[in-house]
Design a protein around this ligand. Structure first.
Ligand code: LLP
Length: 416
């Protein structure tokens, strides 16, 4: 459920007409609903109520500090993958003691930064990282809390680019090597073993691959116990999918119920790293039609947002809903909705039947709250979009639209 709805035919976010935001802030603009983010967080969190658990929102999905601040206020921790994301969490007032740090390639500076901030846990993805972290921790006179990210070798049955739990993926250490690597970790003075971690992929529409991964983790947990290695938490990663079109992913409650049943009566804390399911349907990308054109009977709607603003259709062939902000026309046309970027991959919809639109009309790309702004770029020297947070009948610009000066900052001519 989300708070984008129509009032007298016009598309609103909560109690604010999207048209008003476009008039005030311009386009393209990302618009997020605070009520939707709150609801999604709470529904997800409550689904795990019967277990000792911590929800760590995956910052990569939507990283504006106003959004992180809202989630931190609801009790959320954070899953980060870079020193930059850690800085965002801290700037947002997030609790470093609720931060887990994933990622296959952390720099020494990032390890130091996270150790000094006092994060909850490093999700270590290789033996080399383990040794490097041990050395950094000992140099700083600390012990680094760690989980090993174990690759359970299950097929998440999602798009290959966002499937991460198969043996041939770059992520984690293999299940068969995990026990030995844990034993190695236990021998290192700079480390303290805290958990066991996995993440098998994103936009999962079925819980069974996740349940299979959990069985593999529990099997490993038994092996670790037999070896005298105690694990305090299981981090199940993120990945629960959302409805963009006709997908029918399990609800957060069904997802939790299934995984809790697999867990049985084991007393181990659960860490979760949801991103998309919290933010995806809590945001839209508001844009304007620049013009329409016909090439030999092929109809194009050219909008003022491009693949640099929202890359999912271009990168994954992802489907996003498109809605007119004004009342939809009663006649429809089969069109490609494309951006101004000089790439044929710069499209939001291809060969799709949409209500007729004309130059100047406002359109919203739906379900754009996750992996939307965070994946945007300056390709074609296009300033990145503004971001707006709606709270009831008020809205706040939480990121200014970039200016060309921002793009040129840091560039210079060599001395002659
Ligand atoms: N934890 C880890 C270690 C992850 O790698 C990810 C996502 C998450 C949690 C959050 O997953 P979620 O709950 O959002 O599915 N750009 C792609 C998605 C990439 C996901 C990368 N990892 C997309 O737009 O579909």
């Amino acid at each position: 459920m989300n708070h984008f709805h129509r009032v007298d035919g016009e598309l609103w976010c909560e109690d604010v007409p999207l048209r008003r935001i476009a008039e005030d802030v311009g386009t393209p603009t990302y618009v997020y609903s605070a009520a939707t983010l709150t609801r999604h967080y709470q529904v997800f969190d409550e689904a795990w109520a019967e277990a000792d658990h911590l929800v760590c929102f995956a910052v990569k999905a939507c990283s504006n500090i106003a959004i992180l601040n809202l989630l931190a206020g609801l009790g959320s921790g954070f899953d980060i993958v870079s020193g930059g994301e850690l800085r965002r969490v801290l700037a947002a007032g997030g609790d470093p003691g609720k931060v887990v740090f994933s990622g296959v390639g952390k720099t020494e500076a990032e390890l130091e930064q996270a150790l000094e901030a006092g994060i909850l846990c490093f999700n270590v993805e290789s033996e080399a990282e383990l040794d490097q972290l041990d050395a950094v921790a000992r140099r700083l006179g600390r012990r680094a809390p760690i989980s090993l990210r174990v690759n359970p070798d299950v097929d998440a049955q999602t798009h290959p680019y966002i499937s991460t739990g198969l043996r041939n993926n770059k992520f984690g250490v293999s299940h068969s090597q995990a026990l030995r690597i844990y034993e190695h970790a236990a021998s290192l003075e700079g480390l303290q073993i805290l958990g066991l971690d996995c993440h098998i992929g994103s936009q999962l529409s079925d819980v069974e691959p996740m349940a299979a991964a959990l069985r593999r983790l529990l099997d490993l947990l038994d092996q670790l116990e037999r070896a005298g290695i105690q694990v305090h938490h299981l981090d199940l990663g993120g990945g629960l999918g959302i409805t963009y079109d006709r997908e029918t992913p399990p609800s957060p409650a069904a997802y939790a119920r299934r995984l809790l049943s697999e867990l049985g009566d084991r007393k181990v804390k659960i860490v979760l790293e949801p991103g998309r399911v919290i933010a995806g349907n809590a945001g839209v990308l508001l844009m304007k039609v620049l013009l329409t054109k016909d090439n030999d009977g092929k109809h194009f709607v050219v909008v003022d947002a491009g693949m640099n603003d929202a890359i999912r259709p271009a990168l994954y062939g992802a489907w996003h809903g498109l809605e007119t902000v004004g009342p939809p026309a009663s006649t429809a046309a089969r069109v490609d909705v494309v951006g101004p970027v000089c790439e044929s991959g710069d499209f939001f919809a291809r060969d799709r039947e949409v209500p007729l639109v004309a130059a100047g009309d406002l359109v919203a790309l739906m379900s754009a709250g996750a992996y939307g702004f965070t994946m945007s770029s300056n390709y074609n020297s296009r300033p990145r979009a503004a971001e707006v947070l709606v709270e009831g009948d008020r809205f706040h610009v939480i990121r200014d639209r970039e200016r060309i000066e921002d793009l040129l900052r840091g560039e210079r001519l060599p001395p002659r």
